[in-house]
Design a protein around this ligand. Structure first.
Ligand code: E4P
Length: 217
C-alpha cells in the first residue's frame, strides 16, 4: 500500500515528502478552505514539492457535468500530475467519462458503497476514494467497505486504484493495508503518530545513556 498525504497545508506536505514516505497528495474543498488561500496558487506549490498524483477537486458549488468537465480541464492544465477529484453523483460519472476519454485522470470521491465504486471504475475513474472514518462515525465499519471494493476489483480485474480516505488514526492505516487498499491518504498528524513507539524512544534513551557513561558526550 502506498501513501498520499491528505492536506492542503504546504508545510505539512513538505515535511511528509522529506520523510520519503508519500508519493501523492489529496485535497478537498474543506482542506483548501481551511488554508484560506487561492486554489491554483496552493496547487502549484504542491506540484513543486511532490512528484506524483495531486488530487484537486472541482468547486463544491459545481454540480453539473458540463461545469465539472470545464473545471476539470482547467485543473488538468495546472500540471501533468494533476488528478481531477469529482463527487460520486450521476453528473460526476458523466464528467468522469468525458475527462477519461480525454486522457485526464479522475479520482471519484465521497464513495460510501461498493456499487458506487464499481460505477466510478466503469465510468473510467483512475482512482476511487471510499471514506472510512465517516462510515465509522455513523457506526458502519468503514474497513468492510474497503475490503469489499478490493475483493470486487480483484475478481473483475479492475485497474482503478482504491484510495482509502477519511483515515483518522494509525489503526485505520494498518487495517487498510490488510484490506487491500492500493493507497491510503493520511493526514500529516497520523503520519507522525505512525512513526512513534514508546519502546523506540526508550531504546534511544538507553543507547545514549550507555554510550555517554563510557565515552562521554
Ligand atoms: C480524501 O480524499 C478526503 O477528502 C478526506 O480523506 C476526508 O477526510 P475526513 O472525513 O476526515 O474529512
Amino acid at each position: 500500500m502506498k501513501f498520499f498525504v491528505d492536506t492542503a497545508k504546504v508545510e505539512d506536505i513538505q515535511k511528509a515528502n522529506d520523510m520519503g514516505v508519500i508519493c501523492g497528495v489529496t485535497t478537498n474543498p474543506s482542506l483548501i478552505a481551511k488554508e484560506g488561500r487561492d486554489f491554483v496558487e496552493v496547487i502549484k506549490e504542491i506540484t513543486a514539492i511532490v512528484d506524483g498524483p495531486i488530487s484537486g477537486e472541482v468547486k463544491a458549488t459545481t454540480v453539473d457535468a458540463e461545469g465539472m468537465i470545464a473545471e476539470g480541464r482547467e485543473i488538468a492544465k495546472i500540471h501533468p500530475n494533476m488528478v481531477v477529484k469529482i463527487p460520486m453523483t450521476v453528473e460526476g460519472l458523466k464528467a468522469t467519462k468525458v475527462l477519461a476519454s480525454e486522457g485526464i485522470k479522475t479520482n471519484v470521491t465521497l464513495v460510501f458503497s461498493a456499487n458506487q465504486a464499481l460505477l466510478a471504475a466503469r465510468a473510467g475513474a483512475a482512482y476511487v476514494s471510499p471514506f472510512l472514518g465517516r462510515l465509522d462515525d455513523i457506526s458502519q465499519p468503514g474497513i468492510d467497505l474497503i475490503r469489499t471494493i478490493a475483493d470486487i476489483f480483484e475478481v473483475h480485474g479492475i485497474e482503478t486504484e482504491i484510495i482509502a480516505a477519511s483515515v483518522r488514526n494509525p489503526i485505520h492505516v494498518t487495517d487498510c493495508a490488510l484490506a487491500g487498499a492500493d493507497i491510503a491518504t493520511v493526514p500529516y498528524s497520523v503520519i507522525e503518530q505512525m512513526t512513534k513507539h514508546p519502546l523506540t524512544d526508550q531504546g534511544i534513551e538507553k543507547f545514549q545513556a550507555d554510550y555517554k557513561a563510557v565515552f562521554g558526550e
